[in-house]
Design a protein around this ligand. Structure first.
Ligand SMILES: Cc1cc2nc3c(=O)[nH]c(=O)nc-3n(C[C@H](O)[C@H](O)[C@H](O)COP(=O)(O)OP(=O)(O)OC[C@H]3O[C@@H](n4cnc5c(N)ncnc54)[C@H](O)[C@@H]3O)c2cc1C
Length: 348
């Protein structure tokens, strides 16, 4: 049942959608709602027990993110990289060691986990976020758009759709979107939608005692990249990395054993003293991936100009990291697109 019309509706409570909401509020706009399909906010930011199973790192030149972090009082810390890194370039050869140049700027992490950004952005708009609301269609009406989510219907003067374009194109639109646009949306790969993350936790960061950074790089291994993922308070000691996609379809137990055996070879028997083991395969997450592809080996193209325009007679706008002409795919791109979308709807 339709209750009343909102001025703005944002679909998706990931970084981009929450950035738009935060910006709207900053500009004195209060008549809006954020509709989110999942039972949680954050989208591709997902931190559990101080472990970032989604986005983790950022750089000093990600200026909008850095500005927001300062504004929201979120501290940053360096990705741990002291000691020897391991390069695995050949399954027969012994480990190849190299060190990170500590004079070069490193990747940063958010103290408290990336989820802190989500919590801080959502803090002042909690009552405007509606969870468990999966939007299926957007219908243009003379002065509004009607947004359908299951048995619920919402009316709004305009709508910002922040779903990854490959998912957004699967919604039903009336009237239909231009073919040129739907083709672009369908071809836009969802960044990291094929990633499988693994995180293994320990009572101590035992690798540091062996002068190892915890970094292991090797495309031929079951874990293609591994890093120290100890939290900023130094209370949760973990190694976190990306699982080789070749292991996607084997059983959980077989994958886990293959990973542990591989890490045992390079980090020693202490790997078996783990106290926690978690995996997240983003390709299986229907709110990130549409299952039509699992992998992409082409450099994705983001920020197509077609996303820099309104549709449905100035009532519909697309946002989200894949629509961003700067740092598309990254958190910075999500924030950039969120700021841009809020500016556009306020000025429309
Ligand atoms: C494993 C992984 C590692 C990453 N690592 C990094 C990193 O280290 N650094 C970095 O900068 N970036 C990283 N990223 C990318 C980063 O997470 C994204 O750029 C960013 O989170 C995207 O935000 P977004 O709001 O554009 O999209 P999303 O976070 O995807 O938000 C879209 C929202 O829409 C919701 N939604 C979907 N369908 C519907 C529907 N039908 N109805 C209602 N709601 C719906 C989703 O649930 C979601 O909350 C990583 C991503 C992953 C998955």
């Amino acid at each position: 049942m339709i209750k009343r019309a909102f001025k703005h509706i944002i679909i998706g409570a990931g970084v981009s959608g929450l950035t738009s909401a935060y910006q709207l509020l900053q500009q004195g706009e209060t008549d809006f709602l954020v509709l989110e399909g999942r039972h949680r906010i954050g989208g591709r930011i997902f931190t559990e027990n101080d472990i970032d199973l989604g986005a983790t790192w950022f750089q000093g030149y990600h200026e909008n993110l850095i500005r927001f972090m300062k504004e929201l009082n979120i501290q940053k810390f360096n990705q741990y990289s002291e000691g020897r890194n391991i390069l695995v370039y050949n399954s027969m050869a012994p480990a190849h060691y190299f060190e990170t140049d500590q004079t070069q700027s490193s990747a940063f992490r958010m103290a408290g986990g990336s989820n802190l950004l989500i919590k801080a952005l959502a803090n002042s708009i909690k009552d405007k976020i509606v969870l468990d609301t999966t939007v299926s269609s957007i219908i243009e009406q003379p002065n509004h758009v009607k947004i359908v989510a299951g048995k619920q219907e919402f009316l709004s003067k305009n709508v910002i759709v922040t779903l990854p374009p490959k998912l957004a194109v699967q919604l039903e639109y009336s009237p239909r979107l231009p073919k040129e646009l739907t083709e672009v949306m369908d071809k836009t790969h969802t960044w990291m939608s094929n990633a499988i993350k693994v995180c293994i936790s320990f009572n101590t960061p035992f690798w540091r005692a062996h002068d190892l950074s915890g970094t292991i790089i090797g495309q031929i291994g079951p874990v293609t990249e591994l890093y120290d993922h100890t939290n900023s308070n130094q209370t949760v000691f973990s190694l976190m990395g990306f699982v080789n996609e070749g292991l996607r379809d084997v059983s959980h137990e077989d994958r886990k054993e293959t990973i542990l055996l591989y890490l045992q070879k390079y980090l020693g028997n202490e790997i078996r003293n783990y106290i926690g083991y978690v995996e997240k395969d983003w390709s299986q997450d229907k709110f990130t991936n549409c299952q039509t592809i699992k992998s992409t080996y082409m450099l994705p193209q983001y920020g197509n100009q077609m996303f820099d325009a309104f549709y449905m007679n100035d009532k519909l706008l697309f946002s989200g990291t894949e629509t961003s002409p700067v740092y598309g795919g990254y958190l910075e791109g999500a924030i950039y697109s969120g700021i841009r979308a809020a500016k556009y709807v306020v000025n429309s």
